[in-house]
Design a protein around this ligand. Structure first.
Ligand SMILES: Cc1cc2nc3c(=O)[nH]c(=O)nc-3n(C[C@H](O)[C@H](O)[C@H](O)COP(=O)(O)OP(=O)(O)OC[C@H]3O[C@@H](n4cnc5c(N)ncnc54)[C@H](O)[C@@H]3O)c2cc1C
Length: 180
């Protein structure tokens, strides 16, 4: 459903607000106008925040975040996909109407509050396509697991990665392969 915009005093609808956050030199900014840690790789975030005062040749930009730092976009993503796929792995084969409602609500809220705002925006856009409407896929684990695999693949492809073979979803997230 399209968003209902507030009316102005002249009775006209306010124009759609422009996004509060933008990119600057390839670095995604947060609502405060500063580089967004959970939206960028550690390298980009560090380069934009800590390495700016030194001359380029002297700049030290580490590849990976030291342990115990707040998560960058990759750490946050890895942990979040682990949580989401594991939730799907423990979702009932045939979910009750209540469980289906809870899952729909959870995914919609997740897509709103995901800390990487630019990731969340794209995820909501993907979910809003009729063919990706989560309510069609919450009947049980098989449909929900496949939906999640497709959602994850949409991000994989966007990032230039190879899509995951969704026929291997159960082996990856439920049974485990050899050695697990
Ligand atoms: C909702 C969401 C949106 C995101 N959007 C962005 C974005 O816009 N930009 C950005 O830079 N990062 C985004 N990320 C993070 C990104 O998806 C990765 O998590 C991050 O780049 C780290 O990737 P990775 O290669 O370690 O493996 P991940 O993609 O995190 O995957 C973890 C593991 O899941 C398995 N896996 C991979 N694909 C699938 C699949 N399709 N189905 C099931 N299992 C699979 C593999 O075993 C893999 O090792 C997003 C994360 C989430 C949760």
């Amino acid at each position: 459903m399209p968003e209902v915009l507030p009316l102005q005093s002249n009775g006209e609808q306010k124009p759609t607000p422009t996004p509060i956050t933008k990119k600057q030199k390839g670095v995604i900014l947060g609502p405060d106008g500063k580089p967004c840690r959970s939206c960028n790789s550690f390298r980009d975030f560090f380069g934009a925040t800590k390495g700016v005062t030194a001359a380029p040749a002297e700049r030290f930009v580490p590849q990976n975040s030291p342990p115990e730092c707040p998560p960058d976009v990759e750490q946050l993503g890895r942990s979040s996909w682990t949580l989401l796929h594991t939730i799907a792995a423990t979702y009932p084969a045939e979910a009750t109407p209540t469980q289906q409602e809870e899952m729909k609500t959870f995914m919609r809220i997740f897509a709103k509050i995901y800390p990487c705002w630019s990731c969340a925006e794209d995820f909501r856009a993907w979910m809003s396509k009729p063919e990706n409407d989560v309510s069609k896929y919450v009947q049980g684990q098989k449909t929900f697991g496949k939906w999640l695999c497709d959602a994850h693949n949409d991000v994989n492809v966007k990032l230039g990665k190879k899509p995951f073979d969704c026929s291997k979803w159960e082996e990856r997230w439920i049974t485990g392969g050899e050695g697990c």
